[in-house]
Design a protein around this ligand. Sequence first.
Ligand code: UTP
Length: 294
Amino acid sequence: MRPVRKAVIPAAGLGTRFLPATKSVPKEMLPIIDRPAIEYVVEEAVGAGLTDILIVTGRTKRAVEEHFDRNIELELALERDGKADLLRAVQYSNTLADVHYVRQREALGLGHAVSVARHHVGDEPFAVLLPDDLMIDDSVLLRAMVAAYEQHGNAVVSLQEMRPEEISSYGCADPIGEPVDGLVELRGIVEKPKREDAPSNLAVSGRYLFPPQIFDALDRIEPGAGGELQLTDAIALLLKEQPVYGAICTFGRYDVGQKIDFLKASVELALDRDDLGPAFATYLKDLVQRRGLA
Ligand code: UTP
């Protein structure tokens, strides 16, 4: 079996939940503190051993490409001014991985965005990472998913337990029995089910490992929930031909496409930083007291 070394990051969506900020700035470029969200996601892929990254972009997403390219003028200015730390920070994104791009000409849905990666991926297994799901876990989940794929040779999707009232916003998995070591085989998967029809409270949470056969399934899907070509529908087709597993994610996930999780991720990452953490923690304690939030 070929090792997993490629990752696809679909970043061609319209980002409507973050308007008006995303009118001209790609959602994936919104900073979590001082680094764009997508940089954390590329870093996670690299941390799991995936060094060939394909970003699916669209109109208005040029800033994403600029970010992973060199900016010679800026580098020279920082070097001239002796700003070594900033120079390292600026160069970091263009040394992280081998980053490629393909355009999705129309935002027809996540399934369609993944299908345009076919030519680049070829006949290899690959990971898909949604850039609006931020994992603060040192690539633990993705590494476990790669290991599971390399053991079974079948698709693996990340799953997170949700409250029953939230499940209708997500892809929802139907597991067979209980997870063993965080992994469970699936009987089915359905996109945005009504609460009363949901087969479980396990939502698909933005990380996937696929065999190349997913592209044949993507060729066969029709517009589904919301009129979009849904990746979940292709996984349901794949399930009819081969096993698909779920990897349970228990910590570290922030859906930064939602404002509340965007704020939570910023707070948690700020607390983790040596340069900001201590002062920010003092501020938070004071704020909680002043507002009577404790
Ligand atoms: P979302 O539905 O969360 O992102 O898709 P969105 O459409 O950009 O955001 P809202 O809902 O309008 O606020 C999940 C991921 O799939 C990508 C998005 O960029 C996002 O990273 N995507 C979605 C595409 O690349 N193409 C599409 O046609 C749809």
